[in-house]
Each structure stands twice: as structure tokens, then as C-alpha cells.
Design a protein around this ligand. Structure first.
Ligand code: AMP
Ligand code: MG
Length: 462
């Protein structure tokens, strides 16, 4: 089914634990991502006939299943050993010169499961499927969802017993900042060296050794986080184990798209102090990159000079981010006047403008933008000055989506699935695949949550 070439599995055995997924009672389809399957050169019919592969009940030919080791800072606190506690990397599928990690998530316990059961509830599987695919359609680098299945088993969560699911996640790799950290923390300089070679070969071929990798990740993350910010996306759990070297968004646990704009917005129930609030994300990205730099220090020779060099490289992040953010906002308002852009955000923050709909209204019918906020005069004044700049409204339509995965819609799809009704999930999936046009089909999905529908808290999906 796949054309596997498992380069990670050829790394030394302290990088992972080789083991097969744990079979489930009764695999059944929720969704197969045919568009992605075709992009990967896979046989959709063969996949469709084999849900057991995507549940972990049958290991496809050529796979070299393993759970990856990593560590990480979670909410700023150091966790010396994390790793795939509920995921198994089946292998790396190669097609037309591209390489994809194919990973099952929710596939049973591993040596890294700690207190967890190694399983995933159906809700978080569906959330990751919907939101990661929406991010892709919105032009944001991300891990992808190739398949989702039910297990016929129940998992016990805070809410009680829930149906289980397995997600097939595809990524250009699953190497994280935390993968470097685990070897650094163990003083395993040889392991670090091997990982760095592997990561450079995969993600930054030809990059200078070792700082070229840091520079590469800095650029990719500056671009990524600026894109998140431009969509009102709040990742919610930017721990160092949830930051990829590839620059792809990973881990759709407590993530959420902001509705009424405010820079301090937080959704995650476990983020008590707003560490991962919308506005904090660029600073947290830099904090995480500093942890990557720290992990690379043992490869850089004499300590003091290494620290000085790494610090200098990291200082470049401010400019990288400012450039990326300015690219994003220039596209959003169709003119490169950043002061004007910031003024708009300030008005929206004060007047509760829906993040998505205020920008979109400007691109479709500026006169209606004022309906998005509580104080029309201030926005009217802004619109007049903005129009005087001659913004390219046509181009703005590709930077301001009509539809995003609104939290209440995602929750609605999940709760319907818990009642055995997958229709809302499939309807939402179809709508999110084409976010750049107003259509009849997506009209109801463009509306912000009514007060009684609003989701104000999200939970770490496991
Ligand atoms: P996350 O919050 O998804 O980034 O996960 C943090 C760590 O907890 C990772 O090492 C996961 O593999 C592990 N983990 C999360 N949920 C489970 C679970 N249900 N069973 C085992 N390990 C888990
Ligand atoms: Mg994670």
C-alpha cells in the first residue's frame, strides 16, 4: 500500500522503541482523505478496503513501526522523558521525491505512555482531522490527516466512557525541538550529532552545520506563527515537544480560532496564566527556539563562544518575525501601512470585532465591516483612511478567509458523532476545504457562535 523507506528506523536504537500498534476490537471508517492520498500517490481503493491498517490491526508491508523518544518543556517546566505515548510511526512513505511520516495516533500504549492509556477518544481525533485539514486549506504548513477510524472500543476520560478513534497523521517528519532536547539532556553528544545530520538532510539540505538548522527552524517558525496570528489561531499548547523542526503546525489539542478579537484570548483550560495566549505566541516561539539553540550548544565547541554565537543568531528572530507578520498583515489589509493595520486591530479589540468576519467584510463589502463592531464611528473613520490608500481588495480575498473552523461547529460535529451521526462532521469537512469563497453551503458556518453556543474553554484532547 505504501512505498516505505524508513530512515528514522535506521538511526540508533536509543532514538525509539520498535513495536507494532496494539490492535483494536472493530475498526471502521470515519474518513479517508482521498485528496491527500492521491497527492501521496496512494491507491485510494486499496486503502478504502483496509480500515484495519489505519486502526493498527494490520501492519502494512515495508513498515518499520516504532514509538519515537523525545522530551520537552511543558508550560515552561522540564519533562525529561516524553515520547510517543499514544502514537506509532509506521514508516516514511516516499513518492515523487517527497517523504511523508505516516503515524497512527491513538494506537495503544508504548514505553512512553507514563500514566496514559495510549488511546485517543473519537472527539480529539475528529478535531485534529477537521482543524489540521482546515489549516492546510488556509495555506498554513501543518501535519495532515490521512485517515480516521473508530475502534469499537471505549476509552475512559473525564467526561466518562467515550468511543475510541485512531488518526493517521502525516507529516514531513515528527522531529521536534524536544527530540534535540532529550539527547542534550542526557549528554548524548553523539546522539545529537546523528539527529542533527538526519534533520538537516531532511529539512534543510546543505545548511551550515550546526547553526544552519537553527536558522532554518527560526525562519520556518517565524513564518508559521505569523500565519497563525493572521488567522486568529491560538495553538494552546506550544510546548517544545509540540514545535516541529519542519515548521509544520503539530498537535491540535486545545487549539481554537478566536472569534471576537482580543490579543489576550486564551481557550485552553489548562493555560491558567495565559502563557500561550494569542499575543504571546511569537515570544513563546522564540523561547522554544532558545531551547533548541541550548540543545545544540554541545555541538558548537567552546562553551562561551558557542553561547555568544547562538545568542546572536536568536536575536535575528525579532526581525524575521516582524517581516513575516508584516507580510501577513499587508496581505490582509491590502496595503503595507503597518500602523494602519495595528490601528484596525486596536479598534477590533475594543469593539469586539469578529476576527475573521471583520477582515472578510473589508474585502467583500467594506460598508458592511462596520456591522461587525460595536462602535461604528471609529471603524468608519478607519475605513475612510484605508480606502484612501487604494487597497488591492481582490488580492485581500486570498488572505482573509470566509470560513474557519469555528469552535462551536467543531464541538457540534464531535457531539453528533458521539450520537453516531457523522453528517455534521462531513458537512463541516466539505465546507472547510474551500474557505476562500462565500457560498450557500458555507453561509451558516460563517456566523460566529451565539452566546448560548459559544465555546469559551477547550481541553487537551487525548
Ligand atoms: P501532548 O499533550 O499531546 O503534547 O502529549 C504530551 C505527552 O503525553 C506525549 O508524550 C504524549 O505521547 C503523552 N500522552 C498524551 N495522551 C496520552 C495517552 N492517552 N496515553 C499515553 N500517552 C499520552
Ligand atoms: Mg504533543
Amino acid at each position: 500500500m505504501f512505498s516505505f523507506d524508513n530512515s528514522y528506523g535506521r538511526l540508533p536504537d536509543r532514538f525509539y522503541t520498535k513495536m507494532a500498534p496494539t490492535p483494536v476490537a472493530k475498526p471502521d471508517w470515519i474518513a479517508l482523505n482521498e485528496e491527500l492520498a492521491r497527492e501521496m500517490g496512494l491507491d485510494v481503493e486499496a486503502m478504502r478496503a483496509a480500515p484495519e491498517v489505519f486502526a493498527g490491526n494490520a501492519v502494512p508491508e515495508g513498515a518499520d513501526p516504532l514509538a519515537q523518544l523525545y522530551a520537552g518543556h511543558q508550560f515552561g517546566g522540564w519533562s525529561p522523558q516524553l515520547g510517543d505515548g499514544r502514537a506509532i510511526l509506521l514508516g516514511e512513505h516516499v513518492s515523487e521525491g517527497r517523504r511523508w511520516d505516516v503515524q497512527l495516533k491513538g494506537s495503544g500504549p508504548t514505553p512512553y505512555s507514563r500514566m496514559g492509556d495510549g488511546r485517543a477518544a473519537l472527539g480529539p481525533v475528529m478535531r485534529e482531522y477537521l482543524v489540521s485539514e482546515a489549516m492546510h486549506a488556509l495555506g498554513v504548513p501543518t501535519t495532515r490527516a490521512l485517515a480516521a477510524v473508530t475502534t469499537g472500543e471505549t476509552v475512559l476520560r473525564q467526561e466518562g466512557p467515550l468511543p475510541g478513534g485512531v488518526l493517521t497523521r502525516v507529516a514531513s517528519s515528527h522531529i521536534r525541538v524536544g527530540t534535540f532536547q532529550v539527547f542534550a539532556a542526557r549528554d548524548d553528544v553523539e546522539g545529537l550529532r546523528i539527529l542533527l545530520d538526519h534533520a538537516i538532510a531532511r529539512h534543510a539540505p546543505g545548511a551550515e552545520w550546526p547553526m544552519g538548522l537553527l536558522r532554518h527552524v527560526m525562519r520556518a517558525q517565524a513564518d508559521l506563527v505569523a500565519r497563525w496570528m493572521g488567522l486568529g489561531f491560538i495553538h494552546g499548547v506550544m510546548n517544545t515537544d509540540n514545535m516541529t523542526i519542519s515548521g509544520e503546525t503539530i498537535d491540535y489539542g486545545p487549539c481554537a480560532f478566536m472569534e471576537a478579537y482580543h490579543p489576550d484570548t486564551v481557550y485552553s483550560s489548562i493555560d491558567q496564566f495565559g502563557r500561550y495566549a494569542w499575543k504571546a505566541q511569537p515570544d513563546i516561539a522564540l523561547w522554544n527556539l532558545a531551547q533548541l539553540a541550548t540543545a545544540l550548544l554541545p555541538l558548537m565547541g567552546e562553551r562561551e563562544a558557542a553561547v555568544a554565537e547562538a545568542t546572536e543568531v536568536l536575536e535575528g528572530f525579532r526581525d524575521l518575525y516582524a517581516e513575516a507578520w508584516s507580510r501577513v498583515m499587508t496581505a490582509k489589509i491590502g496595503t503595507d501601512d503597518m500602523a494602519l493595520a495595528m490601528e484596525l486591530l486596536a479598534i477590533m479589540a475594543e469593539d469586539q470585532g469578529d476576527f475573521t468576519n471583520t477582515f472578510r467584510a473589508l474585502t467583500v463589502a467594506p460598508d458592511t465591516a462596520r456591522d461587525q463592531v460595536t462602535s461604528r464611528e471609529r471603524l468608519d473613520d478607519w475605513i475612510a483612511r484605508w480606502q484612501a490608500k487604494g487597497p488591492d481588495v481582490e488580492a485581500m480575498r486570498r488572505a482573509n478567509p470566509a470560513v474557519i473552523p469555528r469552535n462551536h461547529r467543531v464541538e457540534e460535529a464531535i457531539s453528533a458523532a458521539y450520537r453516531d451521526d457523522l453528517a455534521p462532521f462531513h458537512a463541516l469537512r466539505a465546507v472547510l476545504a474551500d474557505p476562500w469563497e462565500e457560498t450557500e453551503a458555507n453561509a451558516a458556518y460563517r456566523r460566529p457562535a451565539a452566546p448560548d453556543e459559544a465555546v469559551t474553554r477547550t481541553f487537551c484532547g487525548t
